[in-house]
Design a protein. Structure first.
Length: 336
């Protein structure tokens, strides 16, 4: 009797993902918890895996049938992609499923930081009505938004901020085309330093690579205004968190809004967690119900394609496809 292909879901996803996989004749197994040890215990018979967190090389090697890795989201820096590709395992991702949710979250963090929403909420709960007489707040209308990285999310944040809040947008992106930036109603700057000097709010939208690590470090943060706000919904490693905390504590920055961190969960005793002028969320920018549904469905659809022998829509590296590892075939592809 032929073996059914197995997909292991490493961390919880929207139910539509498992439903689509099961309907296509794939056995779905959920890891016991999001912890790496539970994924280690579950991955051995996997033909496919959906991950929202880390997937190191040693776990990839535990799955001799593994034929596709689906990254639940855009950034693949937590997956050992090079190791997977070296073993003929395609890695797929979901570049557009949660973009709007992330852009909305970035806008929310800007507003919450500018208007000191978290501190105001705490004061209200404590009956501290004097808060409004002593806490400075900022308006975003007419201010300058500096966008670092101009991919899908950066472009959408630009559109929301300029159209919805009347902000002016500057862009620093080594890969974006000037015509693309101009068409979005933004202005391109030649250096990161120039953007930081001119911007009132800086929003990061770059992938994490060796050349982007600590894009904002102590030296670059010194270019910003003392009324400046930093927002990060991209990757935690883009910011030197110690330098950011020092700038916020010392009054060299007004506030920050952060959804991602260099080490997740945020370590106990983090300097950022003790600062009242920081808005923190636990890597949830792309986790609206609508985004989760779209992301899970896109992961499942691409796994079905790979196991049915069809090239999926979003390969991290298309050249891997012709030399991919043989997949356990779907016995009956029931995909509508």
């Amino acid at each position: 009797m032929s073996r059914r292909p197995v997909c292991v879901i490493a961390q919880p996803i929207h139910p539509i993902g498992a439903e689509r996989l099961a309907a296509a004749g794939i056995e779905v197994r959920q890891a016991a918890s999001p912890a790496l040890d539970d994924l280690r215990a579950a991955i051995g018979e996997a033909d496919a895996v959906i991950v929202r967190d880390r997937l190191p090389a040693e776990l990839i090697d535990r799955a001799p049938h593994l034929a596709v890795i689906a990254n639940h989201g855009t950034g693949t820096d937590k997956i050992d992609v090079a190791h997977a590709h070296a073993h003929g395992i395609p890695v797929v991702y979901t570049p557009d499923a949660n973009v709007r949710a992330v852009a909305e979250h970035a806008l929310m963090l800007m507003l919450a930081a500018a208007h000191q929403a978290v501190a105001a909420d705490a004061a209200t709960r404590q009956g501290d009505w004097g808060f409004k007489y002593r806490q400075p707040m900022l308006s975003l209308h007419g201010k300058t938004l500096g966008i670092v990285g101009f991919g899908r999310t950066g472009r959408l944040v630009c559109d929301m901020a300029t159209r919805g809040l009347g902000m002016q947008a500057l862009v620093w992106s080594p890969s974006a085309q000037p015509a693309q930036i101009g068409a979005a109603g933004a202005r391109q700057v030649g250096t990161l330093a120039e953007l930081l000097q001119r911007a009132d709010v800086v929003s990061l939208h770059r992938p994490l690579r060796n050349d982007t690590f600590h894009t904002l470090d102590a030296a670059s943060l010194r270019h910003m205004k003392p009324t400046g706000i930093v927002v990060n919904t991209s990757r935690g490693g883009l910011i030197d968190e110690t330098a950011l905390a020092d700038a916020l504590r010392g009054g060299r920055l007004f506030a920050a809004g952060l959804d991602v961190f260099e080490h997740e969960p945020l370590p106990a005793g983090s300097a950022l967690a003790s600062l009242p002028n920081v808005v923190l969320t636990p890597h949830v920018a792309g986790s609206s119900q609508e985004a989760l549904r779209a992301t899970a469905s896109q992961c499942a659809g691409q796994i079905i394609d790979v196991l049915a022998g069809r090239c999926p829509d979003h390969l991290v590296s298309p050249p891997v496809w012709p030399n991919r590892r043989h997949a356990t075939p779907i016995l009956q592809d029931k995909t509508p």
